[in-house]
Design a protein around this ligand. Structure first.
Ligand code: MF3
Ligand code: CO
Ligand code: CO
Length: 274
């Protein structure tokens, strides 16, 4: 694997992993904080009876109010500002008029482009009282993401991240989705490298200061297999078991890792104190 100074790289996938400098950290830090602020704002709005389309419009309005463009709008034919993935939807759920119901769980994934930089983050939200197994799934998924992030430092590998996630999740008798992965992020939405959420220590590429990518594990209560519905986007568990996901955008620093999408209000996982 070769690396390129992101300042001089063309604005496309080049097969090289981009290494970002201090100005890039400033740029993505602002975009990440804005995406996180958007997810904070949504916490007070997500409750029984609210449609995922309403959530999407709120996120769109938030972007507009802050001079930020939702990256998913018109991305490969996608027409919404967010992905809203309910219950057995693994990812890429399309916002709709259908109201959320007591007991549902939903992931809202927002990517805001601010000043050319992408802040990509998602969180789970609980609709009223949810079943104990849904609570456990959300807790394990959040912890899995944070364990993956904790494995990041210069010299560690992408396999170390995947192993940290997979070993923890499987010890809880839950499964890691393989069909979707984290990705390089920055001035591009989806760049090299792929961050696979399962793996073995020492495998994959070696992490270097200045790399930006997402960690976004999708965890299922049942089997790991997914299928994409005929709308071309919505990915669901084949066995219809519940699925959860959290996502942070991060950067490798000289000493470890910086999370760009931490909640300004300190929100981590539900229940959110709103
Ligand atoms: N935000 C998603 C991610 O984490 C990508 C969604 S692409 C879309 O990478 F087109 F489905 F919106
Ligand atoms: Co992402
Ligand atoms: Co995302």
């Amino acid at each position: 694997m070769t690396y390129v100074d992101a300042t001089f790289a063309p604005l496309r996938k080049t097969g090289q992993i981009k290494i970002h400098g201090a100005a890039a950290f400033d740029g993505i830090r602002k975009a990440g904080a804005l995406a996180a602020e958007c997810l904070d704002m949504l916490a007070a709005e997500i409750r029984p009876g609210v449609s995922t389309d309403r959530i999407d419009r709120l996120a769109y309005g938030f972007g507009m109010d802050h001079k930020a463009l939702p990256a998913t709008l018109m991305y490969r034919g996608y027409r919404k500002a967010t992905c809203t993935s309910v219950n057995h939807v693994v990812c890429h759920g399309i916002p709709s008029e259908k109201p959320l119901r007591e007991g549902d769980i939903v992931n809202v994934d927002v990517t805001l482009i601010l000043d050319g930089w992408h802040g990509d983050s998602s969180r789970m939200y609980a609709i009223g009282e949810i079943p104990r197994r849904a609570e456990r799934l959300i807790e394990v998924t959040y912890e899995a993401m944070m364990r993956g992030i904790a494995a990041i430092r210069p010299g560690a590998t992408t396999g170390d991240i995947g192993h940290a996630i997979q070993s923890f999740v499987e010890a809880q008798h839950m499964t890691v989705v393989r069909d979707f992965c984290g990705h390089g992020v920055g001035r591009l939405f989806h760049d090299e490298p792929n961050i696979v959420h399962a793996g073995r220590p020492g495998e994959g590429i070696v992490l270097k200061p200045g790399m930006f990518f997402t960690v976004e594990p999708m965890i299922n209560l049942g089997r790991p297999h997914v299928k994409v519905l005929s709308d071309g986007w919505t990915a669901v568990t084949r066995d219809r078991s519940l699925s959860a996901q959290f996502e942070h955008s991060v950067g490798v620093t000289e000493s470890g890792v910086e999370i760009f999408t931490l909640s300004p209000r300190g929100f981590t996982r539900p229940p959110y104190p709103v």
